[in-house]
Design a protein around this ligand. Structure first.
Ligand SMILES: NC(=O)c1ccc[n+]([C@@H]2O[C@H](COP(=O)([O-])OP(=O)(O)OC[C@H]3O[C@@H](n4cnc5c(N)ncnc54)[C@H](OP(=O)(O)O)[C@@H]3O)[C@@H](O)[C@H]2O)c1
Length: 242
């Protein structure tokens, strides 16, 4: 795809990613105009026409339709979805989770972007100093499935465990914070060492865990997946443990 000389950004959307991108563009003093579909917004045409780069920070299902009118415009069209390949648009997936709280400039600068093979960040998001890497588009589904397991699944599990701390044990979920933070740090290290009863071969404890989780089918199923993962990772777990 062709490179477009940078003039300014059009930033479409007002959701989580749009708010964070807006904050970051401000920190970087980069020129941009915004558009949302809400009443009172300037027209889409006005926002996009003067921009060289159009950023579709909208829901995945809305991107392709919204981009239709600009496919032949010569503008660089960029979406932030991790999963989508849309003809005529470039993907720039920020490998980060965005909540409601806006962050400091240094936080944004560390976010890596994952682009399609052949693209560069300087072409897609000029002025952003972030690290990036590229991926063949056909690998995007696997990449995004892994991100979902790493982030969304872990978050859901950790949230459920916080709930059980409060509801079943009467302990504040905040007690978990240093432990979970250390687990994240350890897990990201290339030489991370697993700990726990499976690693120690303490099958009596594993059986007790399974027994007490019998009353909680959701967490029992997760524990069984954990044992299955440990088997796949090479731990010799006795067959009668399931
Ligand atoms: N959130 C994350 O952590 C994260 C991380 C990486 C990548 N992404 C990607 O970033 C993109 C935006 O995600 P998000 O989390 O910011 O979503 P979001 O918070 O749900 O916001 C979605 C935005 O899209 C707008 N929208 C939805 N349908 C539209 C339509 N038909 N026409 C115009 N605007 C429409 C919504 O407008 P209204 O407010 O009017 O409903 C809202 O401003 C997605 O591609 C997502 O995959 C998200």
């Amino acid at each position: 795809m062709t490179q477009t000389a940078f003039k300014s950004y059009a930033l479409l959307g007002s959701g989580k990613v749009a708010r964070h991108v807006q904050q970051y563009l401000r920190f970087l003093n980069l020129p941009f105009r915004t558009w949302t579909r809400s009443e009172g917004s300037v027209s889409l045409q006005t926002t996009v026409q003067s921009a060289s780069h159009v950023l579709f920070a909208v829901s995945d299902g809305a991107i392709a339709n919204l981009a239709q009118d600009w496919l032949s415009s010569g503008k660089t069209l960029v979406h932030f979805s991790g999963a989508l390949n849309i003809p005529g648009l470039h993907a720039a997936h920020p490998l980060m989770t965005f909540g409601s709280k806006l962050e400091e400039r240094a936080w944004y600068e560390k976010i890596p972007f994952v682009l399609d093979t052949g693209d560069t960040l300087a072409d897609l998001l000029p002025g952003l100093p972030n690290p990036f890497c590229t991926l063949p588009p056909e690998q995007r589904a696997l990449y995004h499935a892994l991100c979902t397991l790493a982030g969304n699944f872990s978050s859901l599990l950790w949230r459920q465990i916080g709930d059980r701390f409060e509801q079943n044990l009467g302990m504040p979920r905040a007690l978990l914070t240093p432990f979970l933070q250390q687990c994240a740090v350890n897990s990201a290290a290339p030489t991370s060492q697993l700990t726990g009863p499976v690693v120690r071969g303490d099958w009596g404890t594993v059986k007790k865990h399974l027994s007490t989780l019998n009353s909680d089918p959701s967490l029992h199923a997760v524990y069984q997946s954990y044992l299955q993962s440990a088997r796949s990772a090479g731990f010799a777990i006795p067959e009668d443990i399931k």
